[in-house]
Design a protein around this ligand. Sequence first.
Ligand code: FE2
Ligand code: FE2
Length: 358
Amino acid sequence: MTEIDADLINELDGQRSATPPGLLSKQEKDVLIERAFVGLYRWYVSRSQTTRNWNPNTDFDWRSLRTDHSTELNHIIEGFFAVEQYVPDYVLKLLQIIRRSYGRSHFHIRWGSEEEKHSDLWENALLFSRYRSPEWIADYKVMLRENEYDLPWDDPMSMIFYTVIQERATQVNYLNTGLIAAGKNDDPTYADDVDPVLAQVAKVIAIDEAAHYNFFLEGARLFLYYYPAEALEALHNVIKFFAMPAGNLIPNYDRFSETVARACIYGPREHLRDVVDVALKNLSIENYRALRKGINRIRQVPQTDGTMRDTGIFDVLDYDGVEKKVQKLFGRIEAYEQKVGFDEVDPTHFIASGITRP
Ligand SMILES: [Fe+2]
Ligand SMILES: [Fe+2]
């Protein structure tokens, strides 16, 4: 071999892509994920402005809120207020780790503006039910804000899965509270808690939480599609160690969580059946049992070039199902872009991951 040949070989070797043919590079995947987040964010804002632009003060008949709720129901409302009022921390902390993503960070600010109303709404419920005096609420706010919320995970991928589970859990909490206010809870403790104003409050917030859940679900699917092995591992860890936000910051939180569990609003059973398994099904995974079983096989697959590990995903994840839903999301973004005219200047297009069953 001549010296020139050796140089040429070295040069070619240096230029060779680290990505196997047919697969996208990390940079290409990240660009696609970001495009989808921007597109979804734009779509979401339009939808939010047209369908969920409610006001926590003027859109409810607060004077008609009942002032004789059961103590248990009052505790529950107080707990909801305590959790929601940490919204500045929820926004600030996550924003710091997703700020490089234009789509995700801008969505997060919008999300915060919707969550801020939830806090106001529950505060109004506490105030107008006469359960707590204005002075008591003022002191409570000061006490709560002495503690600061910290993220349960410090990477963007884990946090998208965390928010999927958390938003779904919050939605379930409010839907089941709405059942109490509508007289549809069998527990005699809540037999006299029928209250149309409270039912409307719970319904309006639950619809917001469903919209949040759907946004994060679409985002989570992007990671599952373009980074399946890493995403499944992150998802598994998030579920394994999941706790509702701010539970460790709120005084008497144990009493609150026992009350909501006893009322069949949200306890371990609802968490697995109505939150985790529902979210997993929406993410094209059979259930938590299947994820737990499958995750070890993914870990065991030898990793030589990063692609081998992906082969283990097909046992736990309906990858074709994920692809169809990601394609559908891109389709929704394309339709939105056509409506506005973005398609003429900067269209978004779906590109397949290239990951296939071996
Ligand atoms: Fe909320
Ligand atoms: Fe939410």
